[in-house]
Design a protein around this ligand. Structure first.
Ligand SMILES: [Zn+2]
Length: 208
């Protein structure tokens, strides 16, 4: 089992964030619990993060809030950091604008539990060329997805994961959407993605 934490960054979650997602701060207890579950059960976590520079295609001074957005999660700023509840412990960080020599040892279960994949696009699979390689090495049978936002970056991650992983679970009480963009639940269902509660996940984990 692999956990997949999508963009739980200060700019999205805190009401004072640059691209605050209404109500996201209410999910902090669930996110804290997921982080705890991962640690307690030695589950590896892929943490994705928006990480933009001023010339990003996603940013616009007159944003439409569908394809373009105001400045957020700018490289090196506090807003790009994870919130306390999901802040990855001792992660391996993969920037989207650098190349990395990948060795199998990097993904040894004892070496590292947390991975951070920075991206300059909604979709982590197109926003960082390392994503596919990392997923290939981690080779999970089941991925558990949570974070923000349901109808943008979580959606892209879920669709990409559904192509490559047998079981994709999305924790429905640990995701939050942006307004004015259609919700992806029907499409997910067609792809065999399962929406479950955090309680249900805990049941499944104790059953195994
Ligand atoms: Zn962004």
């Amino acid at each position: 089992m692999l956990f997949w934490n999508v963009d739980t960054q200060i700019d999205f979650v805190y009401p004072r964030g640059k691209l605050y997602v209404q109500g996201a701060e209410n999910l902090r207890p669930q996110w804290k619990e997921l982080t705890r579950l991962a640690k307690e059960n030695s589950i590896r976590v892929v943490n994705t993060a928006d990480y933009h520079y001023a010339n990003s295609a996603e940013l616009d001074s007159s944003p439409d809030f569908v394809n373009t957005f105001p400045e957020h999660c700018m490289a090196g700023t506090r807003g790009a950091d994870y919130i306390r509840e999901t802040d990855p412990e001792d992660p391996v960080i993969f920037d989207w604008d650098k190349e990395y020599l990948i060795t199998p040892g990097l993904f040894g279960r004892e070496e590292h539990r947390n991975f951070v994949i920075r991206k300059d696009a909604f979709d982590v699979f197109t926003g960082n060329p390392m994503t596919e390689k990392i997923l290939k090495y981690l080779n999970p049978d089941t991925v558990v997805v949570y974070g923000v936002t349901t109808n943008v970056c979580v959606d892209a991650a879920v669709k990409g994961l559904a192509k490559k992983v047998n079981n994709v679970y999305v924790i429905k009480d640990a995701i939050k959407e942006l307004p004015n963009i259609p919700l992806p639940f029907e499409t997910w269902e067609k792809k065999g993605v399962e929406l479950i509660t955090l309680e249900k996940l805990k049941e499944l984990m104790t059953a195994n």
